[in-house]
Design a protein around this ligand. Structure first.
Ligand SMILES: Cc1cc2nc3c(=O)[nH]c(=O)nc-3n(C[C@H](O)[C@H](O)[C@H](O)COP(=O)(O)O)c2cc1C
Length: 368
């Protein structure tokens, strides 16, 4: 078999990354740590780095996500240190005016010499915005309409000499934004598991990302996201989030998982569940959420489906996704990013390459 796919690293902008445990690696997110991860990922053969926008943590003994460095600044700072990878920074439209972001993004793209992409976050968690007084009443009901208008404005500002616009949420009067991104537009991604989100991806994005609850669910989401895009005559790439618990053998990996599970920070897990569940209406989204936090394995991780195994088992799981799920990208999370990327690069990537899984996005030529 075999086809080209991209491996990305979900950079840890938050303390302890995504494992909600007292026995997993404990760290604070610094530029230096992320730089070392990015440089290692580049040497190892990854295609891109991605970071998220986060504004409020969840407490618990580990003070989960109390520390969160800012995504656009991090990615811009990494551009010089990691010169050949695609970089994707996250922004939440509810927090920033589109004209401000259009100029920021073009500047970021200039620093990164055309390698910068934007991940648009339709809302995230209500508490992050409400603490700033920036969560409009009933925003959940119209967050995609808002995000859609916001994104259209950003793209028009990049494309037009001047933009005049009167919409539902924004008014622009002969608004001018220079410079433009190097390629005129920038890659736009969105992380979503909803049908409304898939429409947004089809309308505006080059790539769609999602988490999911199981491998089967990840494959289903990828196929559905592409189906929605196809119906609009669009081609998109799909990426999914994977929590990589890899050992030298399957048994080693399972032992590692059991070790993290033994130290689960139940208070942080409960806080996350309660805070996030409150924001979600009953229905498919709320049910999926409940399922995640009622599952013994999944509740230990804020996001990502855990892939637990030795090199062959992990490679088999990835291959299944690429073939049956038509996945184009794997956004990897590791409990310990340095050790995890090294192990993945030494043990799994060679198997994937040998099975014919090349790289979808080649390294960008390094400018001087
Ligand atoms: C790969 C990935 C990246 C994400 N990045 C962010 C982010 O940067 N900030 C955030 O608040 N939420 C982030 N999320 C969460 C979703 O974007 C968020 O929950 C969104 O509201 C889901 O929309 P939906 O209801 O359409 O599924 C991310 C999720 C995934 C899978």
């Amino acid at each position: 078999m075999g086809r080209d796919v991209d491996f990305g690293v979900f950079l840890p902008v938050t303390n302890n990354g995504w494992v909600i445990s007292k026995t997993s690696p404990q760290f604070v997110p610094t530029f230096d740590y992320n730089r070392r991860i990015g440089q290692l990922a580049e040497r190892t053969g990854f295609s891109y780095l991605f970071s998220m926008a986060k504004w409020r943590g969840f407490g618990g003994e580990v003070e989960f996500w109390k520390y969160a460095i800012e995504s656009t600044i991090l990615m811009t700072g990494l551009a010089g240190a990691v010169p050949s990878l695609r970089l994707i920074a996250s922004v939440a439209p509810a927090l920033i005016h589109p004209a401000v972001l259009a100029k920021m993004a073009a500047t970021m793209d200039d620093v990164a010499q055309g390698r910068m992409g934007l991940n648009i976050v339709s809302a995230g968690n209500k508490g992050e915005y409400a603490q700033m007084g920036l969560y409009p009443e009933n925003f959940e009901d119209f967050r995609y309409e808002y995000t859609d208008e916001w994104t259209s404005i950003v793209k028009r500002l990049w494309a037009e000499a001047s933009t005049t616009f009167k919409g539902r949420y924004f008014e622009l009067d002969n608004c001018i934004a220079y410079p433009k991104p190097i390629a005129g537009q920038m890659d736009i991604t969105c992380a979503t598991s909803s049908e409304r989100g898939f429409q947004f991806v089809a309308e505006h994005c080059t790539d769609g990302l999602f988490g999911g609850l199981s491998r089967e669910h990840q494959m289903q989401l990828s196929r559905r996201m592409k189906e929605v895009a196809d119906a609009r005559g669009k081609k998109i790439r799909t990426h999914t989030l994977i929590m990589m618990i890899q050992g030298d053998t399957d048994a080693d990996a399972e032992r590692l998982l059991a070790h993290y599970a033994a130290g689960a920070d139940q208070e942080a897990i409960r806080n996350i569940y309660e805070l996030r569940a409150r924001d979600k209406k009953p229905g498919a989204r709320g049910d999926r959420y409940k399922q995640r936090f009622e599952s013994a394995d999944m509740r230990l991780f804020y996001a990502g489906v855990p892939y637990v195994g030795g090199p062959e088992r992990v490679a088999d799981m990835l291959e299944e996704l690429a073939v049956d799920g038509d996945l184009d990208g794997f956004l990897l999370i590791f409990p310990d990013f340095i050790e995890g990327i090294e192990r993945f690069g030494a043990q799994v990537l060679p198997i994937m390459r040998q099975r014919g899984y090349g790289r979808l996005t080649p390294p960008y030529p390094t400018q001087t």
